[in-house]
Design a protein around this ligand. Structure first.
Ligand code: FAD
Length: 447
């Protein structure tokens, strides 16, 4: 760390936090990066699909380069928040020059229907973290039955279906969409992983069910069908899976049906129609319902931020940003956090990535967002004093006082080496330890 420089505390070492840190250290600032998980990377490490090794390794290389900067300190296994390792208030008291919140969107979005608490209801992020080996989700049992519905038709739905079709090989996976087939949000590239398992007959029948509504909007059923099934003849894996994958369009969950043991047995859905409103196609409930028998309902509808972090959150589950636009820059206020109680900007507090806009886009978007926040932080710091830097020692004192068992970037280097050795031994492309304790013990005994 530089002796005389401003120090920025970054909370969350996913892509937004890491790329922002890269820009800040490049500009000669000190950065201290705190991260809930032992390993850095966030959803780039624990979200991107398990088999995308090349993509993940490419991103890891960039992260390693950023972390190698001498002006950057990394502390993993440190959760910030109420009832966590350290509170935001304690960190505020240390008096860093600026703070950047890049903790992603760790809150769960509930839609408020009956039965959401049933066993067998799963939220996408938890499952994604589980199969990507992120503790403590990797340690949790997820009971998956034969017939699974996924609510949502974006790329996260496809990733989960990918896992259900090729890794769990369940009998049926049904993707449920509030709107129609032409409003689907997944990409052709992603659907390839499961397209071979699409039951084209059931897809065709589903389109017939909603034909009238789609045609009234000028949509062509034949074209829609062709587009939906266009990747279906290509095998993605050599090994076959028996899973049938299909859709239910124009349907909104109304109630999760459960048995006496509070276990999911089905889902009641309301039929929708598509209508045009303000130039957009929106769904409107018809009041007519139907049910399907199921073993699991998985919500893949995006996430909220974590309200336990200690920042003001609005009713849409977002951290509250400065509502007052600057005349010379209409975006800057959207990166500044706001104290709703005292109706003023939280001075020196910035936000980026999925903490700023939950579940928004790919790593490239989070990178751009983090780097934009870094630019605003650097502007802000121009008029602030450069003091002797004693922030790191104050933070380490706080860790000692609170008994925080943190890991450093040197520890992660070691862990990565141990993982590589383990992968070699097991003849795997990549290996990850599933337990925090296992990782911490290994680090301690090899330090
Ligand atoms: C299922 C899934 C698949 C995806 N696949 C792809 C893909 O194939 N390609 C692609 O480009 N993008 C993909 N993405 C999107 C990409 O992962 C995100 O755009 C990106 O990771 C968001 O970055 P972030 O830094 O804002 O948040 P995150 O990646 O969520 O990082 C947040 C970080 O904050 C830390 N943190 C959280 N809470 C706290 C706390 N209280 N205290 C301290 N630290 C905390 C976490 O440990 C984590 O490291 C996928 C996303 C999902 C969900």
């Amino acid at each position: 760390m530089l002796e005389k420089s401003q120090t920025i505390l970054v909370i969350g070492a996913g892509p937004a936090g890491l790329y922002a840190s890269g820009k800040l250290t490049e500009a000669g600032k000190n950065v201290i990066l705190l991260n809930r998980d032992i390993k850095y990377g966030g959803l780039a490490e624990y979200g991107i699909f398990v088999s995308k090794h090349k993509m993940k390794e490419g991103i890891r290389k960039q992260f390693r380069k950023i972390l190698a900067n001498e002006n950057l300190e990394y502390f993993g296994n440190v959760t910030v928040g109420k009832n966590s390792n350290v509170t935001l208030e304690e960190l505020k008291n240390i008096g860093f020059s600026a703070y950047l919140i890049t903790a992603g969107a760790q809150g769960t979005k509930n839609i408020g229907i009956e039965g959401e608490d049933a066993k067998g209801v799963i939220h996408a992020k938890d499952l994604v973290y589980h199969y990507n080996h992120l503790p403590p989700f990797s340690e949790r049992e997820f009971e998956i039955g034969n017939k699974v519905a996924i609510i949502g038709v974006g790329n996260v739905m496809v990733d989960i279906a990918h896992w259900l079709v090729h890794y769990k090989k369940v009998k049926e996976v049904i993707a449920i969409a509030r709107r129609g087939p032409n409003e689907r949000a997944y990409t052709d590239k992603e659907i390839k992983a499961i397209a071979y398992n699409m039951d084209t007959e059931l897809v065709r029948r589903e389109l017939e069910r909603i034909r009238e509504n789609l045609e009234s909007l000028g949509q062509n059923i034949e074209e829609t069908f062709k587009n939906l099934i266009k990747e279906c003849s290509e095998k993605y894996y050599e090994e076959d899976s028996p899973t049938k994958f299909y859709f239910k369009f124009l349907s909104s969950p109304k109630r999760i049906l459960k048995d006496n043991n509070n276990k999911v047995i089905g889902l009641e859905l309301e039929e929708n129609i598509l209508i045009e409103k303000d130039g957009k196609l929106v769904s409107k409930g018809t009041g007519k319902t139907y049910t399907i028998d199921l073993d699991n309902v998985i919500f893949a509808i995006g996430d909220n931020v974590d309200s336990s972090l200690g920042l003001s959150v609005n009713k849409w589950g977002e951290f509250i940003k400065n509502p007052n636009q600057y005349e010379d820059d209409p975006n800057r206020n959207l990166y500044e956090l706001y104290d709703e109680e005292n109706k003023k900007v939280l001075e020196g507090f910035f936000v980026a990535g999925w903490s700023r806009k939950a579940s928004d886009g790919l790593v490239g978007i989070a990178r751009k967002d983090g780097e934009t926040a870094a630019k605003y932080i650097l502007d802000y710091l121009k008029n602030k004093p450069i003091e002797e830097d004693n922030k790191l020692s104050k933070l380490l004192d706080l860790f000692t006082q609170k008994g925080v068992e943190y890991v450093t970037k040197k520890d992660i280097e070691l862990l990565e080496k141990l993982e590589a050795e383990e992968a070699k031994k097991r003849n795997l492309e990549f290996y990850k330890f599933d337990y925090n304790k296992e990782m911490l013990d290994l680090i301690k005994s090899n330090r």
